[in-house]
Design a binder for this molecule. Structure first.
Ligand SMILES: Cc1cc2nc3c(=O)[nH]c(=O)nc-3n(C[C@H](O)[C@H](O)[C@H](O)COP(=O)(O)OP(=O)(O)OC[C@H]3O[C@@H](n4cnc5c(N)ncnc54)[C@H](O)[C@@H]3O)c2cc1C
Length: 581
């Protein structure tokens, strides 16, 4: 069951496993472990439930989940050198389902090489593309689009799972620009070839967008893994509004941290519960390092500076943060049939809400705001970026740049949801999927309710800036295709094909923003390695019966949005834990 208050928890229960964080990965672990009726699981989630929240259910409205809100951690980064010293507001779900309850729903796996790299650098074949296939099937439930259009030629059924838990679908409402995008794949087939399915392991080219949407409604780890058929399990307990403040050491040789300390608000009394088998930390890439550090697990020198007693020496906690920087390029179009007015015109919006609810998820609001297609491209072989760094992609078939096409304003992707008051747009958003810059998460105070110091480190290497410049050039080639003649009128920004290198760099630093795909702050490394934070079986190094299971364990960001990888991490972790007990 799901409880709001600690007093509602069934008394005198022993919990075999405590999952800290009911987010994307945490709910997968809780679901899979409770398949075994003899395991009892408690999930402690800092936020409330998204049940009944329209913005967390209507896919298009994810654009409204970027501002400060009671369902968000409302982070602000430290001033970012690479972004001209801008300190950025940075959204993360503080709600059951975590970021899967508020993300942009794009379902993108990355390349097979991304997963083979995880396998190679950890020495564990279990993370390779071939070995994760069963977990893809366990996670994915391919679902027909809301409008039931003919999807042949829009995806490859052979590479999808139809019997998993988490819904994935193609757009359920046509976009006004989708036919032109397909025309570009024919016209410029050398640079932008059509790819039937970018989730096959071979991602390069242009494919129809796939999203975690179930009949016009968000499919999250809350709606799926804690869905009605599971949440009634007598061994599955989810306590909301409960933030874990520290893990407490219960044994020193071997080191164990089986007691969790938590509180229902910053000034509420601290409570304690002890797991009998394992504690699983699934608090995400920003909170996981903070929780470990507050518990005395980290770099001893840094911990001592805060008066925290160093208990386990793991210098890499919070280091190596990796995230993809992104940019959006918007163009005025010769049409009023775009999504701009859904944001600007409240009357239209309420009509569409009515359509959505009367048709069970139908109409444009049932689509994610990510647009029609995903475009995966590589930098040119003789790119100047490669003079500054070896190729950071996981392999020769892995994209450096991922772009999305949408019939709407640039602001959809930027987090700022106020489009220009006039005009209609189409936008290419482009993300550098293979960043070489690294940042960090550090403590600011020892109060668990305070934010950590978040340094995303974006655009601090020459490679990343040069690669984004080339990404802009790619986008301009795409928009320059004849398919857009008479439709695209001109750019919204002052960036054109004749902009100088200096102008491009100034534009990038002033306008780029981080996307939501933070990883690597508690990276996996080989068993026994001194670097990294967890072993390939996700056990925290030097500690027994404590694992980290969330995005923070990925040592590199995949060439993709990250929820897919996180679901796979959750699925495999559950099997590893089951095998250990
Ligand atoms: C704005 C945005 C847009 C995105 N768009 C996409 C997209 O379109 N496609 C895609 O694939 N990916 C997207 N992502 C990324 C993806 O959603 C995340 O990588 C993934 O969901 C992270 O999963 P996680 O389990 O690591 O963390 P989360 O899902 O964040 O889960 C962590 C959970 O732990 C809880 N928690 C944290 N600290 C504590 C504590 N101390 N005690 C108790 N509970 C705690 C949190 O409230 C949260 O519920 C986006 C992310 C963001 C932020």
């Amino acid at each position: 069951g799901i409880y709001n208050d600690v007093d509602e928890l069934p008394q005198n229960l022993n919990f075999d496993f405590i999952v800290v964080g009911g987010g994307t990965a945490g709910n997968v672990v809780a679901n899979r472990l409770t398949e075994n009726p003899s395991f009892s699981v408690l999930v402690l989630e800092a936020g409330p439930s998204p049940e009944g929240l329209l913005n967390h259910t209507v896919p298009f409205f994810s654009i409204f989940l970027r501002d400060q809100s009671p369902f968000d951690w409302n982070y602000t980064t430290v001033p970012q050198i690479g972004f001209n010293g801008r300190a950025l507001q940075y959204p993360r779900g503080r709600i059951l389902g975590g970021c899967s309850s508020m993300n942009r729903l794009a379902y993108v796996r990355g390349s097979s090489e991304d997963y083979d790299r995880y396998s190679n650098i950890t020495g564990d074949r279990g993370w390779s593309w071939n070995e994760i296939q069963p977990y893809i099937r366990k996670n994915e439930r391919w679902t027909s689009p809301t409008d039931n259009h003919d999807t042949s030629g829009q995806f490859n059924p052979a590479v999808h799972g139809f019997h998993g838990i988490n819904s994935v679908s193609l757009a359920g409402f046509p976009s006004p620009i989708q036919d032109r995008v397909i025309q570009v794949t024919k016209e410029l087939s050398g640079e932008f070839p059509f790819n039937l399915d970018y989730n096959s392991g071979f991602q390069l080219g242009v494919g129809w967008a796939q999203s975690t949407i179930n009949h016009g409604k968000r499919s999250s780890s809350f709606t799926s893994y804690l869905g009605p058929e599971f949440i009634g399990r007598p061994n599955l307990h989810v306590l909301l509004n409960s933030q874990v403040t520290r893990l407490l050491q219960t044994n020193s040789a071997p080191a164990e941290f089986l007691t969790v300390e938590f509180a229902q608000s910053s000034d509420a009394p601290r409570q304690r519960i002890t797991a009998t088998k394992e504690v699983i930390v699934s608090t995400g890439s920003l909170e996981t390092p903070k929780l470990l550090l507050n518990s005395g697990i980290g770099d001893p020198e840094q911990l001592s500076q805060f008066g925290i007693k160093p208990l386990v020496n793991i210098p890499d906690v919070g280091k190596n943060l990796s995230i993809q920087p992104m940019l959006t390029l918007s163009y005025f179009v010769n049409s009023t049939n775009t999504f701009d007015d859904i944001i600007r015109n409240l009357t239209l919006r309420s009509e569409l809400i009515r359509q959505w609810s009367e048709t069970d998820g139908g109409g444009p609001l049932g689509n994610g705001p990510y647009g029609t297609h995903q475009i995966f491209t590589r930098l040119s072989k003789n790119s100047t970026a490669f003079k500054t760094s070896p190729d950071p992609a996981a392999g020769p078939n892995t994209a450096h740049i991922q772009s999305g096409t949408q019939a709407g304003p640039n602001s959809i992707s930027n987090g700022n949801i106020s489009p220009p008051p006039e005009g209609h747009f189409m936008t290419i958003s482009l993300s550098l999927n293979t960043p070489t810059s690294r940042g960090s998460i550090q403590l600011n105070t020892t109060n668990a309710f305070d934010q950590p110091l978040i340094d995303l480190g974006c655009l601090t290497t020459d490679f990343d800036v040069l690669a984004l410049k080339e990404g802009i050039g790619n986008a301009q080639k795409f928009v320059g295709a004849r398919a857009w003649d008479g439709y695209v009128l001109g750019p919204l920004s002052n960036i054109t094909t004749s902009s100088s290198d200096a102008e491009l760099e100034a534009f990038i630093r002033a306008n780029a923003s981080p996307n939501g795909h933070i990883v690597a702050t508690a990276s996996m490394s080989p068993q026994g390695a001194q670097h990294g934070v967890v072993d390939p079986d996700l056990r925290v190094k030097g500690i027994e019966r404590l694992r980290v299971v969330d995005a923070s364990i990925l040592p590199f960001v995949p060439s993709a949005n990250t929820q897919f990888a996180v679901y796979i991490v959750g699925e495999r972790a559950a099997d590893l834990i089951k095998a250990a007990w």
